[in-house]
Write a protein of this length. Structure first.
Length: 159
């Protein structure tokens, strides 16, 4: 079984979303054989990746950074997406952090990178804005020798 992990931005600009969605569909739809995907189910890239992977018939492993993770969802639609996807996960891994902190996010991202065959990064290529951000997890994966596929629409900048 192939295992594909995701890291990515919570906010994908409107000018990039269609490109990102199509690139994820092409990537995941083109993989042969059984597929497991690992995602923290955060808003943005994580949820988009998980939705598309499930549409492609993949099994979902939810990697939950902390005991109070869902308190970080300010938008009710994003929280509903988290609950829906978590309910569809075939497996759940919970990091041993009671509260959502940068360290908890980093640990979840590192777990995903350590336990996948390839990491998909929905990433603008810029440094992380805080410990555990997309840039940090991409660096971690590359240092560990994991293949990383970066998906982003050229010329689009995040807020």
């Amino acid at each position: 079984m192939k295992r594909i992990g995701v890291t990515g931005h919570r906010s994908i600009p409107p000018d990039a979303i269609a490109h990102v969605r199509e690139a994820l569909r092409t990537l995941l739809g083109g993989l042969q054989g059984p597929l497991e995907v690992l995602s923290s189910l955060a808003a943005g890239a994580d949820q988009l990746f998980a939705c598309i992977a499930l549409e492609c018939g993949a099994e979902l492993t939810a990697v939950i950074p902390s005991g109070d993770y869902e308190l970080g969802f300010c938008d009710p639609v994003e929280l509903a997406g988290y609950h829906r996807l978590r309910g569809r996960a075939t497996q759940e891994v919970r990091m041993d952090f009671p509260h959502s902190t940068d360290e908890a996010y980093y640990a979840a991202g590192a777990y995903i990178a350590d336990n996948c065959d390839r990491l998909v990064a929905v990433w603008d290529g810029l440094p992380a804005r805080g410990l555990g951000g997309t840039g940090d997890i991409v660096s971690y994966a590359l240092e560990a020798g994991k293949p990383v596929t970066v998906i982003w629409r050229e010329g689009v900048k995040r807020d």
